[in-house]
Write a protein that binds this ligand. Structure first.
Ligand code: ZN
Length: 172
């Protein structure tokens, strides 16, 4: 389970890559993408309500739930916002995929719910696990590691978009 910083940087990176608006309007969309990329962990609310830890990394982390939220948003806002809503849907979906890639403890993520109730995880990187059990210095160290891994791609995407926006278009 990466810390919220990693999820947020990935969500902002997805918006930087996919959002159709010009760069000058992208501050709020980047923030919204970062927030959406953390929303799957709202399942902690179910854990607190039921005192059952199995809710965490359950259906809220699945690709099907991400798709359901995206289709619902498209139904509400209409097809005219297809790219924008799809980009935000990708931000939400990135959470389950990043947890799937990095989670080593807790049995993985219910990525394929409801088709399969199994928990899956690659455990590719040793990003932070159970930060509540880590001493503050260790949490700070992992924040630094996550920043060093996920901030450069976001910065590169923002610089690329900025340079494209400054390049004059040739007349057709
Ligand atoms: Zn999670």
């Amino acid at each position: 389970m990466p810390l919220p910083l990693a999820h947020g940087l990935v969500g902002a990176g997805i918006i930087a890559a996919l959002h159709p608006q010009p760069l000058r309007h992208r501050g709020l969309p980047l923030l919204f993408g970062a927030i959406l990329a953390n929303c799957a962990d709202l399942d902690f609310g179910l854990v607190l309500l039921t005192h059952d830890k199995s809710w965490h990394r359950g259906f809220t982390h699945s690709l099907a739930f991400s798709l359901l939220l995206t289709v619902t948003a498209l139904a509400v806002w209409g097809g005219a916002h297809l790219w924008r809503v799809s980009a935000y849907g990708a931000c939400y979906a990135s959470h389950g995929l990043l947890d799937y890639s990095t989670t080593k403890l807790g049995g993985g993520v219910e990525l394929l719910w409801p088709a399969a109730r199994g928990r899956y995880g690659l455990g590719l990187w040793g990003l932070s696990e159970l930060p509540s059990r880590l001493p503050p210095a260790e949490v700070l160290r992992w924040l630094g590691v996550e920043f060093l891994i996920f901030a450069p791609p976001l910065l590169a995407l923002l610089l690329l978009r900025r340079s494209r926006a400054k390049t004059p278009r040739r007349p057709a």
